[in-house]
Design a protein around this ligand. Structure first.
Ligand code: ZN
Length: 320
């Protein structure tokens, strides 16, 4: 499996930390019914997006993007030595998978010029910091860490009410070290990096669009977690802070990039995780996934009573 993509004058590397069954689908996506699950089980399993127990498989990864000017890390994954008792696979882990992934991409921690987090959830900030002599220090010592001001303010407020561990151990130490930049939605880095506000999953969630004056690639973060949500953009997931806004954002994002040449790099879709968004009529392809396009009846189990129509978006992952 290739972990490297070239598009325009960008080189994109996937740095995978974990890829595993994560959460029972019916629980992860509260609006998903047994009926819709049954309808979609076969292709989901074929795409390795669902296991035999109907548990969703998710990939946890960072992207390293080289532009002609900078090396940029997008989302910093899970991290080591972090206390995450609710998630045994993430709790106090000490493996070298992530650092080996960086090395395989030909990148060292010193090479990263910017770290950009689509949002500040636990699995997107972990490697922002590492433990050194009992203190959290920035993992990427030469990088500027770009945080959306709105997202930072939201978590700052939450953390003031009750400590949010990933914010406390993976975001605040970066700010204390003075390595941060708080930015608005109009922020750009040179002529290659732009922000696309995509609220819903969290209030300040951002996608990043990269490419010289055009979107050669977009990094969609957690505006969708499973290919099932590309087929049913209405289906928000359990941890979307604002479920209705998340659904609206998902649909407009899919429409924006559908049938364009922009490479969509998802945070959590199963490998290959990366592809171009297509609306098209048929079938499945080997090594990739096709979601059928066109309008169809909303299953009555979703409350449509047959009279409400649902727009289906389709994404085909075109690899290599
Ligand atoms: Zn995530």
């Amino acid at each position: 499996m290739s972990l490297t993509y070239s598009v325009g004058d960008l080189t994109i590397h996937r740095i995978i930390e974990q890829e595993a069954p994560f959460f029972p689908a019916l629980e992860f996506i509260p609006g998903l019914t047994a009926e819709v699950m049954a309808e979609n089980r076969a292709w989901m399993r074929q795409a390795k997006a669902l296991d035999e127990q109907d548990v969703l498989l998710l990939c946890f990864q960072s992207y390293v993007v080289k532009t002609p000017h900078h090396t940029i890390l997008i989302d910093s994954c899970i991290g080591n030595d972090k206390s995450r008792p609710q998630r045994p696979k993430w709790h106090m882990k000490t493996d070298d998978t992530y650092m080996r992934g960086l090395k395989a991409a030909g990148v060292s921690v010193d090479d990263i010029d910017f770290v950009m987090c689509t949002h500040l959830h636990v699995d997107h900030v972990g490697w922002n910091t590492r433990l050194e002599n009992g203190r959290w220090v920035p993992t990427f010592p030469k990088a500027r860490y770009v945080f959306a001001k709105q997202e930072f303010d939201y978590w700052s407020e939450q953390n003031a009410k009750a400590e949010v561990p990933p914010f406390a151990d993976s975001v605040l130490p970066v700010v204390e070290a003075g390595r941060h930049e708080f930015v608005g939605n109009d922020h750009q880095i040179g002529d290659h990096v732009r922000i696309l506000p995509t609220p819903g999953h969290t209030p300040g969630h951002s996608a990043f669009t990269l490419g010289r004056d055009k979107d050669d690639a977009v990094f969609s973060g957690d505006l969708m977690h499973s290919p099932l949500q590309a087929l049913y953009p209405e289906l928000s997931m359990k941890f979307d802070v604002d479920q209705a806004t998340a659904a609206k954002t998902r649909r407009s994002f899919l429409e924006r990039y559908c049938d364009t040449e922009t490479l969509c790099c998802t945070a959590h879709f199963p490998s290959p995780s990366v592809g171009r968004i297509r609306r098209k009529g048929s079938g499945f392809v080997r090594g990739g996934v096709i979601w059928r396009g066109s309008r169809r009846e909303l299953p009555s189990s979703l409350g449509g009573g047959g009279s409400v129509r649902m727009q289906r978006s389709e994404m085909r992952i075109e690899v290599g």
